[in-house]
Design a protein around this ligand. Sequence first.
Ligand code: ATP
Length: 366
Amino acid sequence: MASVTFEKATRRFAGMERPAVSDLDLHIADGEFMVLVGPSGCGKSTSLRMLAGLEDVDSGTIRIGERDVTHLPPKDRDIAMVFQNYALYPHMTTADNMGFALKIARMPKPRVRERVQEAAAILDLQEYLDRKPKSLSGGQRQRVAMGRAIVREPRVFLMDEPLSNLDAKLRVQTRTQIAVLQRRLGTTTVYVTHDQVEAMTMGDRLAVLKDGVLQQVGTPKEVFERPANTFVGGFIGSPAMNLFRLPLTSDGVRLDGLTVPLPRDVLRSASAEDATEIALGVRPEQFRILSPEDDRTPALDLVVDAVEDTGSVAYLHASARVGGGSAPIVVRLPGRATQGKGARVRVVVRADAVHCFSATTGLRLD
Ligand code: ATP
């Protein structure tokens, strides 16, 4: 096993205005499960492919453990990759697919058989060792692809959206299996996904990328509770954080009838940049709806535009008068919605549950 270090790793493609990955600095500890996450085109696959040796590194360095692998061919890096399409050989059985790399490496046959058996036991594939990929389900194929990586006992696993071909239910099951398996094997893992729920539930830490630039690295809790900027705030969390651009008063901001006092360090940072406005972030679950009888507590008045009821939680999609205009807003309710379209709802938010960002740079202010 080994740590992985990217130092100013950069990849440019001809014809692109900016690098696909720009000065990436990231250290992944030995045994850690690191998720690279971000929207399509943010550079996560390119980062993984640079680590795999499938993409050139134009400048910067990549190390696995103490070893500089920046310009080594993939076969000399001691890594195993699981691809989105699994890349199984269609004419080979499960056992042959799993053992192929070991056979090529001239490992003695009995030893190959032993490793394949061990991996098959871990992945619950013993019954399927003689089948070919076309007679396996999507979930089983995915496990064979995992098995092929496991038998090699690499120093690092690289996974590029390995669940994207599975249906929603299987994806949820499999993401838990992969996370459990990774912890059991303890192998350093770099996992790419665009799915923030996958990132939040699987990773020890996540690295959020946008436009080829690393935005934040942290545990799921850190990134969720203290997003470094408006992009991370909006990207991590579902439904997305509500963001309002609001004029700053001497002690806080006003959300319609509701005054939200801001912590002193936020006010200090805002004044240091001569800000007249801030970007205020409120997650949908941080609003509390006042009872209809309460018409005295200062509140933000909403008109419900649509209700999304999932059975266990409901989301009100509403509009509010905020910052001199009308703003869309999403409020999460803990149970079923009793309000319908057109209903008027009054909500409040705790001052310590808001996120404050610079209206100019988007960076967190505290
Ligand atoms: P997705 O989730 O859509 O795969 P991603 O975050 O993995 O996106 P990358 O595949 O790393 O993004 O691509 C980053 C940027 O580099 C994109 O703008 C993409 O179009 C560009 N790019 C990737 N590979 C090449 C290539 N071989 N030639 C030119 N441009 C490329």
